[in-house]
Design a protein around this ligand. Structure first.
Ligand SMILES: Cc1cc2nc3c(=O)[nH]c(=O)nc-3n(C[C@H](O)[C@H](O)[C@H](O)COP(=O)(O)OP(=O)(O)OC[C@H]3O[C@@H](n4cnc5c(N)ncnc54)[C@H](O)[C@@H]3O)c2cc1C
Length: 493
């Protein structure tokens, strides 16, 4: 009888262990592209016990498509960058949604006003030929993007325009515009922070495919099988307003939220941004992260860009062939603008207005313009009141293009707060000069899971910043979600 009892106990223990292994529970922190990709992969592999905890009250993370004017606009990710080996393109290519975006804004000068259109285009082409995000520049290891671009730009413009002093002067004044354009791609606060040589890879093909007025959210809808046929949507369980504040882990994990609810799981896939990790990893993980991962988190670069979407009842700009404005400041105008428009933040004498470098149109939205701001004043600009922001943009438009158009105030605006929002703390990651000194890249280090004593992955890391070469993008984020879901799936095969 005793033997039978012992046998039964052992049998029950083995059964409990194997049955929990057969249906492991997975908590995914974050419902951005990485989290949604991980969840859909697990669900499609018949894993039923999947829960997503999301701190915001919506799905999407740094994809945030909102209906504004006559179509969706994107406050976060906006373009599908390239086709070949791009998982986003692969997901949606059969639905005929993506369209080419014409990005060729006309350049205006703060005092000269119109810049000869051909010359303006030439300057932008010079910038685009020097700065390509794809970072395989063998000769420049150890240099920042800023050093690299300034050297190349200066030598090009001196060579090209030394006999044309006026053009040379304009080209020199355009260095700031170049800086801001580069920052819109790198997401840094200064171009002296990202490394010129990097592991980032462009996907071949059109780098600026837009969503034809449907918004980048469509990619997530396709992932969740909600698009094109909503009746086929996958049964995702997402709990909103669940801000994870603790991940306690050993042989399994307990995830605690700020509202004191807690969830147990065999595995946790953690997807919040590198900004959230920088700010909170010490408080969140117990036991703490290994030193190598802490170092990676410290070294991965993360800044912010800002967009301001403006709707105008009366379209005051050209009805046809309008591609947007780029702004070049003369040194004199830059020096006095803070006196002409004293409201809003200043840094070392620079007005916040000099961070607004471009205003562009948006597809299927004839009365909407989007202003782009980059640079180290974004944290303060995000704190400005709407009225000051709108007044400042109106002032700037009058200064640059008031001679040509009858500028009016927008009747509605939507602006971004990626830096101030504690669930993002920035926009997209980049490789710093410092991080490139390591043998293992910081992105690879970040992607390593936390293992228990038997070597089983308990806490796994996904998210754009953990992709070895598609970091900073949606396609990169989705691949990392798949990668970590597959890590779990392979464990139970
Ligand atoms: C302004 C802007 C423009 C961009 N443009 C492009 C573009 O054109 N093309 C492109 O490919 N990419 C672009 N990107 C980058 C792209 O959006 C990101 O790379 C991608 O969304 C990252 O996905 P993710 O899942 O890694 O992280 P996120 O999208 O940040 O998802 C993480 C989720 O975790 C949640 N979270 C955070 N903290 C917690 C917590 N404590 N508890 C629970 N949940 C939490 C967040 O709310 C978020 O929903 C842009 C980003 C921004 C901000």
């Amino acid at each position: 009888m005793k033997l039978l009892k012992l046998f039964l106990v052992v049998f029950l223990q083995i059964y409990a262990a194997t049955s929990s292994l057969a249906t492991p529970s997975v908590v995914i922190v974050g419902a951005g592209p990485a989290g949604i990709a991980a969840a859909t992969r697990l669900l499609e592999s018949n894993y039923k016990n999947i829960l997503i905890l999301e701190a915001e009250n919506r799905i999407g993370g740094r994809i945030n498509s909102v209906f504004f004017g006559e179509a969706y606009i994107d406050l976060g990710a906006e373009w599908c960058h390239g086709k070949r080996d791009n998982i986003v393109y692969e997901l949606v290519k059969d639905f005929n949604i993506l369209r080419h975006t014409e990005i060729s804004s006309t350049v205006y000068h703060s005092s000269k006003k119109n810049v000869d259109e051909e010359f303006g285009k030439e300057l932008i082409q010079i910038m685009e030929s020097i700065y390509v995000p794809d970072g395989h520049r063998d000769e420049v290891e150890g240099k920042s993007v800023g050093q690299y671009c300034i050297e190349k730009y200066n030598s090009t413009i001196y060579e090209k325009y030394q006999k044309y002093p006026e053009k040379l002067e304009l080209a020199k004044s355009s260095t700031d515009l170049f800086h801001h354009i580069v920052l819109s791609s790198e997401g840094a606060f200064s171009w002296f922070e990202p490394s010129a040589k990097s592991d980032y890879k462009d996907c071949e093909g059109d780098l600026n495919l837009n969503w034809n007025g449907l918004g980048y959210k469509t990619a997530l809808e396709v992932l969740m099988k909600k698009f094109p046929d909503p009746s086929k949507r996958l049964p995702l369980t997402v709990l909103f307003n669940k801000e994870v504040v603790k991940v306690l882990w050993n042989d399994s994990a307990e995830v605690v939220c700020s509202d004191k609810t807690s969830f147990e799981a065999d595995h946790v896939i953690f997807t919040p941004s590198i900004g959230v990790l920088k700010q909170n990893h010490e408080r969140i993980f117990s036991p703490p992260l290994p030193l190598s991962k802490k170092k990676a988190i410290r070294q991965i670069g993360f800044g912010a860009v800002m967009k301001v979407a403006m709707h105008f009842n009366n379209r005051w700009w050209s009805k046809t062939n309008f591609t947007g404005f780029h702004f070049i400041w003369s040194e004199d105008d830059k020096a006095i603008v803070s006196k002409e428009f004293p409201e809003g933040p200043l840094k070392e004498g620079r007005s916040w207005l000099t961070e607004l470098f471009s205003i562009i149109p948006v597809e299927h939205n004839p009365n909407v313009l989007i202003g782009w701001l980059t640079g180290d004043m974004i944290p303060q600009i995000e704190l400005m009141a709407n009225e000051t922001l709108v007044d400042g943009i109106e002032f700037l438009l009058n200064k640059f293009v008031g001679h040509k158009y009858n500028i009016t105030k927008p009747d509605a605006i939507i602006r971004t707060f990626w830096y101030s929002n504690p669930h993002f703390r920035g926009t997209y990651s980049y490789q710093t000069v410092e991080a490139r000194k390591n043998n293992v890249t910081a992105e690879m280090e970040l992607s390593k899971p936390l293992l228990n004593l038997e070597g089983r992955p308990i806490v796994l890391f996904a998210g754009e910043a953990s992709h070895p070469y598609f970091y900073s993008t949606v396609h990169g984020a989705i691949e990392t979600g798949y990668r970590e879901a597959d890590r779990i799936i392979n464990l139970y095969k």
